[in-house]
Design a binder for this molecule. Structure first.
Ligand SMILES: Cc1cc2nc3c(=O)[nH]c(=O)nc-3n(C[C@H](O)[C@H](O)[C@H](O)COP(=O)(O)OP(=O)(O)OC[C@H]3O[C@@H](n4cnc5c(N)ncnc54)[C@H](O)[C@@H]3O)c2cc1C
Length: 426
């Protein structure tokens, strides 16, 4: 194998995380990289781009700005190039919508065409002496290092695993785009942001006039995201670096306590929903029958052919409740696991005592890869903390990976002043 045929890096998956890495690699000389995705062209959770759904992260924490404010792939450059700068400012918003974020990402993906390849589903990665072989159906690409960012898996509760189809489906699936809810009884499982957005859109008749809609959540209530200034100090490079070096059991307990920091509902969104419910109950009277039930856990589902009996445990009194549903939408989140395309080299990878990947401070998976590296994005919530699945620090993480790959400080890393909170120093 000719040395020049071996790339320095292949990125698997082109979501925002590898797109950030690609945007920061692009202007550099001396890194030969390619990024692969199974989709025909760039898109970002298209099933869940509802009108009015806002990003939970500032647009300044885009693909590049925190580590290279001069990059041409910034959100500000995008908005300026589109001729919208002044109008954007006049909208006077701190958060942009998901529609805008997806369009910004698509714009960057067009700018990076020469290193992004779509319609390339990676089926297998193997180790060929001193480099990886990445099989995507069309070709086998040789690369010294890979960066996996192919997204988490949909989390499907065990009791519905055998029922997945056009009437029982995860909210992030093609089914939601074509479902007709006219005159249907709908159960939504999950009261996080996706569950609440699905609920609100059903009330407004996005998929036809439903007959009845029931939102259940295992949480204590519909709870707002904790966006406090001091809370947000955990979304800093300094915090992530300090957190990574803690003992695993301390990290696990601390991460559990931060559920609302990463997975709460957008506060404005909850307020708008409440106001709409108020207007509808007392004035407009257009919404279908609905119920919002916290502290409920879906425990069993029986298939009656045309409908389903959902057994729901009431966590307040321990009693079982039954809801007859025609459609069940699972807003049950995501879970991180080793992608199938790494199964062939699984024996070379080290896992912790809970079967999780061990990922070092530079986002490299621990294993025996003959001097090659597997970088991983969005596989280390347990190791790097709740920022890992979020866009908040994605550009900083990309910078860390590039600096590590080049063994040189190319991008700014932890240049900010120390936190107002003394998290780790004694
Ligand atoms: C609806 C929604 C809204 C969100 N909003 C926010 C927010 O406001 N703020 C925030 O911080 N976080 C948010 N998140 C969380 C997180 O930022 C996103 O999930 C983000 O998309 C994760 O990026 P990613 O690049 O890891 O994965 P993804 O965006 O999931 O991209 C993974 C890509 O990998 C590709 N792929 C998978 N398998 C293969 C394969 N075998 N071969 C080739 N390609 C493959 C897929 O086609 C996909 O394009 C949101 C998540 C969702 C679902």
């Amino acid at each position: 194998m000719n040395k020049t045929d071996v790339l320095d890096l292949v990125g698997i998956g082109i979501g925002p995380f590898n797109l950030s890495l690609a945007a920061l690699i692009h202007p550099l000389e001396g890194i030969r990289a390619k990024f692969l995705d199974m989709k025909p062209s760039f898109s970002w959770h298209p099933e869940l781009i509802f009108d009015g759904a806002a990003m939970q992260t500032s647009y300044l924490k885009d693909l590049v700005t925190p580590v290279d404010p001069t990059s041409s792939f910034s959100f500000l450059n995008y908005i300026t190039k589109k001729g919208q700068f002044y109008h954007f400012l006049n909208t006077n918003r701190g958060a942009i919508t998901r529609i805008e974020f997806q369009d910004y990402l698509s714009w960057v993906s067009h700018e990076l065409e020469e290193i992004l390849c779509f319609d390339r589903a990676v089926s297998n990665v193997s180790l060929d002496n001193d480099h990886f072989l990445i099989d995507n159906g069309f070709e086998k690409i040789h690369a010294k290092n890979i960066c996996i960012a192919s997204g988490p898996e949909r989390n499907i509760p065990n009791c519905v695993k055998g029922l997945i189809g056009s009437k029982v489906f995860h909210a992030k699936s093609k089914e939601i785009e074509k479902v007709d809810l006219s005159n249907k009884r709908v159960l939504i499982v999950g009261g996080g942001q996706t569950g609440v957005e699905t609920f609100r859109n059903i009330l407004k008749g996005r998929w036809g006039s439903a007959k009845d809609v029931h939102l259940i959540s295992g949480r204590e209530n519909l709870r707002p995201l904790d966006e406090g200034a001091f809370t947000n100090e955990i979304f800093t490079p300094e915090f992530v670096e300090g957190f990574h070096s803690l003992e695993q059991n301390i990290k696990d307990n601390y991460t559990k306590s931060l559920l609302l920091t990463s997975d709460g509902n957008t506060p404005n969104y909850l307020q708008e929903l409440y106001n709409e419910l108020y207007m509808d109950r007392f004035y407009l009277k257009r919404f279908p029958k609905y119920r919002i039930s916290p502290m409920r856990w879906l425990s069993e589902v029986h298939d009656h052919g045309q409908s389903y009996s959902a057994g729901i445990k009431n966590l307040f009194d321990g009693k079982n409740e039954i809801y007859e549903a025609d459609i069940i939408i699972l807003a049950t989140g995501f879970t991180s696991r080793l992608p199938d395309y790494l199964n062939g080299i699984k024996d070379l990878i080290d896992f912790d005592d809970q079967g999780r990947l061990i990922i070092d401070e530079n986002y490299k998976i621990k294993g025996r890869f003959n001097g090659c590296h597997i970088y991983a994005m969005n596989y280390s919530r347990h190791g790097h903390g709740v920022a890992d699945p979020q866009t908040s620090l994605m550009s900083w993480r990309s910078a860390k990976i590039i600096n590590n790959l080049k063994e040189e400080k190319i991008y700014l890393q932890n240049e900010s002043q120390s936190s107002f909170i003394n998290f780790f120093n004694s």
